[in-house]
Design a protein around this ligand. Structure first.
Ligand code: ZN
Ligand code: ZN
Length: 348
């Protein structure tokens, strides 16, 4: 297993070394904005491939996954419920960062990933360990989709091709051209900068908000498109999707003050190990609880765990650490309980 992983890592190095380095962002950079740099967005992370490579060689592989234990985090989706009108806000975890939110005739998805691999080169990474709770054919009619950033586990080109022009895509600044290249019509892609707000219709308001992360899809495009979180207000039901993020208390408190309090927050709890490498751009479960507090979330659901083995923590470890962190803070477990993949939660 370890040997395989190192061979794959080396293969990736070769791909990077042989890749041609020529591309520039189509984003318009505004020097008056603190997060806009010269030709790229300002991130805490520069995306150094060599430091990632050295971490991969140093760190032991995560433990093997028990298939019986995997079954305990999955439940069959209630298709009849998902097809029925949502008088109360309803949320269904489809897997990884893909969540379906439904309310008053509006259906939207976060970072949809419905296929098997979290990367462009299938031989380099493991297949997903748990299947998407809904296939493309089982999805209800989707009104719009929010995309947090361009990493492969959040922006899956195969899923984008499936959903195509049937939806409106809300994407970070600098990412619209990627969608146009995949034959999505310009009127179906709304590109926003942090704090930009968009009125989707008379009851839906969508705001792009900060996160502490970075972007990269190819060796030459580090931080050339933006990243962030999304606040969606449907008729007074306020939800927030964090995307991938490191911890910055001031940033999350500002989101809570400006856009919250939220009835629902969708917060990542996996992708955190080893901390010396991951902490700048990925919160751990204890920090996820801080985010839940900072953004003033009434009910949070954890995501970004149990699907892909992208980092070095055991695949099924995050919920145990989340429960401990909630206890440490004296917060009711039900406020931020792990859902099963496929489970729908109705917010009474
Ligand atoms: Zn990411
Ligand atoms: Zn991710």
């Amino acid at each position: 297993m370890l040997f395989n992983r190192k061979i794959r890592t080396t293969a990736l190095l070769c791909l990077v070394l042989f890749a041609s380095a020529c591309s520039s962002s189509t984003a318009v950079f505004d020097p008056s904005k603190v997060h806009h740099g010269d030709g790229k967005f300002i991130s805490i992370k520069d995306g150094s491939f060599l430091s990632w490579l050295s971490m991969r060689w140093r760190e032991a592989s995560p433990p093997e996954i028990d298939p019986e234990e995997l079954k305990t985090i999955v439940s069959e989706a209630d298709l009849a419920l998902i097809e029925s009108p949502a008088e109360l806000p309803r949320v269904t975890w489809i897997g990884h960062a893909t969540v379906l939110v439904q309310y008053q005739g509006i259906n939207f998805l976060t970072d949809p990933h419905l296929t098997q691999r979290p990367f462009a080169f299938d031989f380099l990474v493991d297949e997903r360990y748990t299947q998407p709770a809904l296939s493309y054919e089982q999805l209800p009619d989707i009104d719009f989709i929010v995309i947090s950033h361009n990493h492969y586990d959040h922006l899956d080109h195969r899923t984008v091709d499936l959903l195509g022009n049937s939806v409106t895509w809300f994407v970070p600044l600098g990412l619209k051209s990627w969608f146009l290249d995949r034959d999505i019509k310009p009127e179906n892609v709304i590109e926003l900068d942090w704090w930009d707000e968009y009125r989707f219709n008379d009851k839906v308001n969508i705001t792009f908000a900060p996160s502490q992360h970075w972007s990269k899809r190819a060796p030459w495009d580090t931080n050339q498109s933006f990243w962030g979180s999304w606040a969606v207000n449907i008729g007074g039901f306020k939800s927030w999707f964090a995307g991938d993020t490191g911890y910055d208390q001031a940033m999350f408190r500002e989101i809570g003050d400006k856009l919250g309090p939220f009835r629902l927050a969708i917060i990542p709890i996996g992708g955190y190990a080893p901390r010396y490498f991951m902490s700048a751009t990925h919160i751990d479960p204890a920090e996820a609880v801080e985010v839940h507090i900072d953004v003033k979330s009434q009910q949070s659901i954890p995501m970004h765990w149990g699907t892909f083995q992208l980092t070095h923590e055991p695949l099924l470890e995050p919920p145990a650490l989340l429960r401990r962190a909630l206890d440490d803070k004296g917060i009711e477990q039900s406020e931020f309980a792990p859902a099963k993949i496929g489970q729908s939660l109705i917010l009474e």
